[in-house]
Design a binder for this molecule. Sequence first.
Ligand code: ADP
Length: 410
Amino acid sequence: MDMDNHLSTEMKKKILIVDDNPINLRILADYLEAFEYRVLVARDGRSGIEKAQYAQPDIILLDVMMPDIDGFETCRFLKADETTRAIPVIFMTALSETESKVEGFEAGAVDYVTKPLQQREVLARIRTHLQLRELTENLEQLVKQRTNELETAYRHLSRLDKAKSDFISIMSHELRTPLAVIDGYTQLLQDNTAVTSDEEAQFLVGNILTGTQRMLRTMNDIFDVTRIDNDFLRPYREPLVMQDVLDEVYIKVTPALQKRKLRLTRIGIESLPRIQADKVLLPKLFYHLIVNAIKYTPDGGQIRVVGQFRELSDLPAPIVEILVEDNGIGIEPQHLELIFEKFYQTGQVNFHSSGTSTFKGGGPGLGLAIARGIVQGHGGRIWAESEGYDEAAYPGSRFFVWLPVDSPSG
Ligand code: ADP
């Protein structure tokens, strides 16, 4: 008790008692004041509400039976008011029927005590609810603080991500330009008579060219990924014949197919309708898928590109489906989604091979991110299916591409 006497008025918890019976009011107030509480009183609902709004008590003891507006009505009002909503209300009821208890809880009370009051019970309930409120407040405070921290961290990360993406974008641009110059001059050099007449010079220049072209390809891929990340990859749509698109890819991959003794068959492509798509982006999309099929299929394997026109009931418009299928090493189910993330590799490949066609020769992990960006830019879908990864049975992989025949905007 000594300690309690030293509590300053501000530190004491405030209890508001609302009761029309002055004797009840006095007895209860005296009892509670003997503990560490500051007691405020009101004789009817209306002044109870006013006091609650202005004095902001920590808890309210509310009599049910009062003239004018009764306890339930008062409680509903307190709960509807922003400034008093959070203050816990305990009903004091002479009626022990379930009816009034239920109505009290429905009005927003946290508890009730029955009259005649057991003072120690009242005290125990008050303590419990004050403690609960304090815990809730602390918790809310903590949640608020954590949310703030998370928001700050998120803003920080977004800034870093933007800086990183800007850096990659600037670097790829800055490096691409001089690299294209080197590549151009090396090609000129390759055709120069001084080189064509000298076997060793041919060999050296040829190797320089392989290196610069690989670098150029990577820089171009990085450039594409940053465009996708920044939402700058906007397809320019015009009517395209799928066969032309695949012919363009075929020319590029033929040396790799021959080197790896792989057979590429096309099925149903010639009968596909023209689709509204970007004639630069679409060959890129299938180039990445077919190069992957080449890289992850052992020598002598088969790659099939199957086209199909489809009108599906759950799709708003007709689509063209292109399936790129191989009988290579396959993909673990848990990787089927993740491989479309940039820089993601399954770890089932030789790290960083120098060629575009070496068996299991992993690249920087950009191909499928670009493929997905291109498909999504066209309002389509892309996904992979495979029975799993197996370097003995070669279950193969299937990459499905759905592209709308007409541009989604009409
Ligand atoms: P990269 O080939 O440069 O590593 P990609 O984004 O093209 O990057 O592919 C990501 C990963 O997906 C590859 O590292 C490989 O593990 C897996 N993958 C892609 N295509 C195939 C395929 N046809 N068969 C098996 N695995 C594949």
